[in-house]
Design a protein. Sequence first.
Length: 230
Amino acid sequence: MTKKPRRRPFVMLNRLPLLAVLFFPCITSAASEPEAAVVQNAVSSGHTASVLADAFEQSAQLWRRDAIAYARLPSRDEIGRMLTTYGLDEAGKPVPVSQQEIDQESVVVRDMQPLVGAVYHEYLMTKTAWFEEYGMMPDTLSFHSYQSLRQVNVLTVDAQLLSALGSLDGKTVEIKTSDFPALSHDNQETEADFPTVTLMLGDRVTDAGEVIATDTLQQRYSLQGDLPKT
């Protein structure tokens, strides 16, 4: 009896490396695309922050707010009561616009000029907010005047800056406020939570990304000079 030789199954072993080369690069490429996008965004954001930092260091000016306000501490009898803030209606008559409860951390603030007659615009600030703005705490129950100590670093947006920031039309550019010098160092991890700002040619912008109208800057602030070069 003659034995028939066994046939081994035919396997395309010689084709497997070729199939692997054709298939796996597609997976690798697809998986690397999000990572590449993240790196590109990080580089772009880092470039913007660097451009802004250099611009403020070289060309920014220091302005001080001219605001003067009267302020006092609340009396014991006022704690827990409501302070009514008045404004003017269309006819120029004083009307209540809001109410705030007075507490131990309140500072009562009054504008220097009355609205009408003996009616003043009064409102509350926390002691912390008041100190940050004016640098000195009221220590009496009567009103005294205080000069604001708030200073801002202001940069004028010119064509060179717009170009460096990647403006396409040379007139506007949209960037994240987290890229500005006052915010970029401490908020890199929460960058996505910050809004964007549109800068236009001729704008005045602070190092915190706040655009200030030229009229507002000239009327409410005093120029202290150029920032010292570091």
